[in-house]
Design a protein around this ligand. Structure first.
Ligand code: MEV
Length: 315
């Protein structure tokens, strides 16, 4: 028997990095997915197959020595936990298929953790979404201990989500929201960018606190505007958020270039996710989508993303 699950990528509309320090963020699941398919095998092994590499590990190995590439550890962890819980002695082969390129800030690692957790748990009966989210986040924190949980939560729930470390809620559906996403083609490490911001904060504690307050106010205004559908104002807030991200040092020249180009035609633009590379998002509607795609397409690879309303799915 095979068990499959898939989860969407995400963009952060407002509040990345500041969310790690308790500020609210607004995120949106996008219509690009990662699928995991698991199957029990007679060999006492865990085999992970993916487009970015294959890995095989014995079923039992010492906790301290997880072995293998770092990014594989969450998959091994959730698989071992599911087998242990079910008292299963056979191994597992898991395939990961992705529409989301890794390392560009679109939530590939959170979506992969969720899909892997749900697919392997599903071999022994489906678990509620909240339980999969809890397990996936625990697994993700094995390799990225500071993860706020925002990416994983929006990928699990789908739609638009308002998130703080104390809790999160799904916002009213705005499935008509359209974003142009442009990839800088600079691969980044979320962990390194989060560490960079931690250093900035250590060197500038008062300035950073003031920025957190400003960001909280900005996100509050954005929440009000999301309901009203006022795209020009919402876009302005996105561009303002970009200025804050620049100040904390996570933008790059290429991202700045993409943002300033996008701002000429869209309602507003900013980097999304950890920065240091990755993607920018530009808020558009039918009136300015083609123009924005055209101008960004000249300097980066870009596409239109729509809101994914399903979140984690057993499929
Ligand atoms: C990464 O997509 C978002 C960050 O805020 C980190 C996190 O929330 O865990 C940079």
């Amino acid at each position: 028997m095979k068990s499959s699950a898939s989860a969407p990528g995400k963009v952060i509309l407002f509040g990345e990095h500041f969310v790690v320090y308790g500020v609210r963020a607004i995120l949106c699941a996008i219509d690009k997915r990662i699928r995991a398919t698991s199957q029990l095998i007679d060999e006492k092994e865990i085999r992970i197959r993916s487009e970015i590499g294959d890995f095989e590990a014995p079923l039992h190995f010492p906790e301290a020595d997880q072995g293998g590439p770092r990014f594989m550890r969450p998959f091994l962890h959730v698989t071992r936990e599911a087998l242990r819980e079910a008292g299963e002695r056979r191994g597992v082969e898991m395939w990961l298929e992705s529409e989301i390129p890794p390392g560009i800030g679109l939530g590939s690692s959170s979506a992969a953790c969720l899909a892997a957790t749900a697919s392997v748990a599903g071999l022994f009966g489906k678990k509620p979404r909240e339980e999969i989210l809890r397990r996936a986040l625990e697994a993700e924190r094995l390799i990225f201990e500071d993860a706020s949980g925002a990416d994983t939560s929006v990928s699990a729930l789908g739609g638009l989500v308002s998130y703080t470390r104390d809790g999160f809620e799904r916002l009213g559906s705005r499935d008509e929201l359209a974003l142009v996403i442009a990839n800088s083609r600079q691969v980044h490490s979320t962990r390194e960018e989060v560490l960079k911001v931690r250093e900035f904060r250590a060197k500038n504690p008062e300035a950073f606190d003031a920025m957190c307050r400003d960001e909280e106010a900005l996100v509050g205004s954005a929440l009000g505007l999301l309901g009203s559908g006022n795209l020009p104002m919402l876009g302005q807030l996105m561009s303002k958020n970009q200025e804050m991200l620049k100040e904390i040092g996570v933008s790059t020249e290429k991202l700045d270039l993409l943002v300033s180009e996008a701002q000429k035609t869209s309602y507003g633009a900013k980097l999304t996710g950890a920065g240091g590379g990755g993607c920018v998002i530009a808020l558009v509607d039918k009136s300015n989508m083609a123009q924005t795609l055209d101008s960004l397409g000249k300097i980066g690879q870009c596409f239109v993303a729509k809101v994914d309303l399903d979140g984690l799915r057993y499929t």
